[in-house]
Write a protein that binds this ligand. Sequence first.
Ligand SMILES: [Zn+2]
Length: 415
Amino acid sequence: MEPIFTPEQLAEIKAYHLPLYIRSAVSPFIYLGVLALILGVLVRPFYRWSESWAAWLSQRLAFLRTAPVSRAFVKAMDRLWGEPGWGAAIFFALLVNLFIDLVHVPATIYFDYVLEHRYGMSAYTPLRFALDELKGITLQGFATLALVLGLYGLARRVKRWWLVLGIPSALLLLVSSALDPYRSQVYFEQTPLEQGPVRERITSLMAQANIPFQDVRVEKTSVASKRIQAYFAGQGPTRTIVLNDVILQELAPEELLAAVAHEAGHVHEAKWPGRIASSVALVALLFVIDRLLRLSATRGWFGTTRTADIRTLPLLWLLSFSVFFLSSPLSAAFSREREREADRYALQLTQDPDAFRRMLVKAARVNKMDPDPPRWVVLKGHSHPPISERLAAIPPTPEKRAPAGGSPFLTEPSH
Ligand SMILES: [Zn+2]
């Protein structure tokens, strides 16, 4: 038996994680500082610029208001917004987001590229990294546009907009996991897992667990990261077992089955309480936003002149950040409990604690997980229990003697 890490490996892992812990402690304050700067100083100039860009553009593109096809589009936008003037709102929203992104560029490059490369965790080329970042910013830009036109547009025209928007969105949230299998394909290439013993064993394990699924797919994440990863996407008829190419390379078949069995454990979780809670929370959040928009208008905050003035957008970012920041310790605690349960389920299903243990140890080594992260980091928002805890929870193999003394994660049997 050997410990998960040699002292040198452990020192390297601690050195890798230290900057991440510092970021975890500092970044909320930086984000709040940036928002304070925007709210206190930048809202007015940003809005002035947006108005003049929109005015300049609409002068240049005035013919679009009369040309056959674009005329219908402009009219639809006017109707969505309740009046002309949506151009300035769009510019303002994009400007605010771009400013926040730009402030974070150095940290993004350091943490997601430099640090990851220094510890051999990333396979990104600078070009691919930049492209993926741009993809993310573009997706976020479209989401912001949808928010601006949907939420603000509706709030400007409809009194009980938070119900009109909240109820369909809540329903959408309830079924959104059916869209899961398609989301990750924006970033990585996926192919079906080839026919063969591995696929057969996964299929019979799923039959044993009584979980229907559509396909087992291999996600080629090795172009970006050296981490191993497995997850189930979708549900029922769209359920897909996704394994990345790294996990197929690193794990022996029994260990791979242990990982799949853990993911199968998540399928049997009671999902409805959580989904219903988040749907209700969403409607409640929209109601609070409605009150905030009205309050800003009556008080004339940031130069706002009416309800659902786009200048309140940074205030919404502040509100959503606070909700997220305050709720994540609680949701992470629930998540860690679900992970423990999925581990117990996997052990029951496979009856192979040794393979499960080896799977966790390999995952910890390959992904360079800190076996014992500081308690505050875990409580602040870790979705998984520390690896040392998960290993300690595995019951000893029946026919062998329990390991006497020493570290609780003296695990890997010699083989
Ligand atoms: Zn899990």
